[in-house]
Design a protein around this ligand. Sequence first.
Ligand code: SPV
Ligand code: MG
Length: 669
Amino acid sequence: MKALILNSGLGSRMGVLTSEHPKCMTEISAHETILSRQLKQIADAGIEEVVITTGYYDGVLVNYCNSLDLPLHFTFVKNPIYDQTNYIYSIYCAREYLDDDIILMHGDLVFEHEVFDKVLASPISCMTVSSTLPLPEKDFKAVIKDGMVMKVGVEFFNEAMEAQALYKLLKDDWKVWLGKIIEFCENDKRKVYAENALNELNGTANIHALDVENLLCSEIDNPEDLAVVTAKLKEIQSRTVYMCFASDIIHGGHIAIIKKAQRLGKLIIGVLSDEAVASYKRMPLVPASERKLMFENIAGVYKVVDQNTLSYKDNLEKYKPSIVVHGNDWVTGFQRPIRDEVTAILATYGGKLVEYPYSNDPKYAEIDARTRSDLAMPDIRRGRLKRMLDAKGLVTVMEAHDGLTGLIVENTVVHQEGGAHQFDAMWISSLCDSTAKGKPDIELVDMTSRFRTIEDITEVTTKPIIFDGDTGGKTEHFVYTVRSLERLGVSMVIIEDKTGLKKNSLFGTEVVQTQDTIENFSAKIRAGKKAQRTKEFMICARIESLILEQGMEDALTRAFAFVEAGADAIMIHSRKKDPSEIQEFIEKFRAKDTTTPIVLVPTSFNSVTEEEWKQRGANIIIYANQLMRAEVPAMQKAAGMILENHRAEECDAMLMPFKDIIRLIPAEG
Ligand code: SPV
Ligand code: MG
């Protein structure tokens, strides 16, 4: 594609403004002329070849273009009789350079970027018109029929719209018009507009009327026009544009949309907080403070600000951007409510939403997949639980006991209020790991086997892992367990203050269970903390006092002692349906310790919502066995139905087709 700019005219109506240079060099703002603006827009669009017809002050014009230092290749064609002809003859003089798709514009035309973007995006030949501006008395109007330009001239008032000489002309259409221009000039019709030749073609040049309504697209004929255009440009240049980003990395697709947004005004970028990102996809790899730095270092970004919620409300009310830019992917799907809120707020103050097509380029999907696979790496996975706790205050954890349940925890998403709700981490329960192997939960399944379960899960997932370490075993063994878990990328081990043959807590006092002494258990914690090699790994002390009916005081004394010994978190457990003893513990613990994370396993006391636990001061909620309890009755039912019916047909309705199960399993390239 080539650009053709017609600059042979005298510009005599501009008065002294054109006494020393051609009209196109008239300044329209502190740092641009009509021509420098046009050329910059052309270069930004990736067009490299520019043909400029000259006449009046051609030497000044050539030097000026070259001094702009733009990535453009110029061909200057002088119309030797510019003072006796119209631009139809300038085009004729340049005809040998015009064998391509052409962007044609008059040299005195000023248009805003959005207009040029629309022209460039047009799949067919087009001319800019306005359905909203009044018909000018003496300037171009286009007669339009079925959306196509039939005639262009100053004399048409019927079925016409205001029109500007900014065209995109596909090669074949341009050929038809240029042929007619040549015919005119060779028959000595050189003092008319090039559009007079077009008008004889009766619409066969296939030029579509591109309605740019009130967007700036005006020619400058006299000082009054100049004043109007300058004022409008000032308003355009003061516009602010808002975009929000949640990504960890910036790739070419982001840069392309940022560049487009920058053309619409001063670009403010909102960086979504870690908490907000984690609430709708996953904990970001890069914290918000660093993500902000990335955007601050992109040339031309006006300001980078925090966006603390998925909702744009706070920032739209604070910054009142003239325009919000977003990909069109949120027109449907779970982000729709966010979009609806944005459009409603913009409407309150006359702001505008601009949506660009969402890039489905496989190379960006590949970058995303690569980022995801990085998340699975032990060093990256391990530290994310701590960061998530800092960012969200409360994290939710679901039990996984094999690769498949790991995938379910990894991928189950519920869309609510414009966000995507999912589990933050996985719990590798001793109860479910043992049950999956048909064994009792008495530390019978040895660590080698437990680690194998972790690996089955880490191979196919990315979310952080909390490991149920039972009693932690002998202190001398526990120190090895800590390092093995760190190597596996586990974020936290929870060990319970019991000793001897451990039984599952849900049995409570129905079975004999012995609580360890504060001294012994504190020593185990200390040894574990000393053994760990990574700074993010956490050891959580689980207190069994309420399970074993030792009272609240005992629970609290232990909790403070274990924190003193180095525990990174405290888990308090209960098997009562009534949550009040847990609530009392949190209240009393928080009165003295406001920071150590509190972990809960609300299997029995399951009526309290996550939000309420958060308000009370809890930080980690573990759903410890629900997936196992869901699968066992389903399997028993299927087995029973087949036995009853002596065939599988009857139970088919309750079964998931295997093709759907297979979809859960990622194909690794
Ligand atoms: C587990 O899931 O193995 C636990 C939690 O330790 S509980 O079963 O509630 O004791
Ligand atoms: Mg357990």
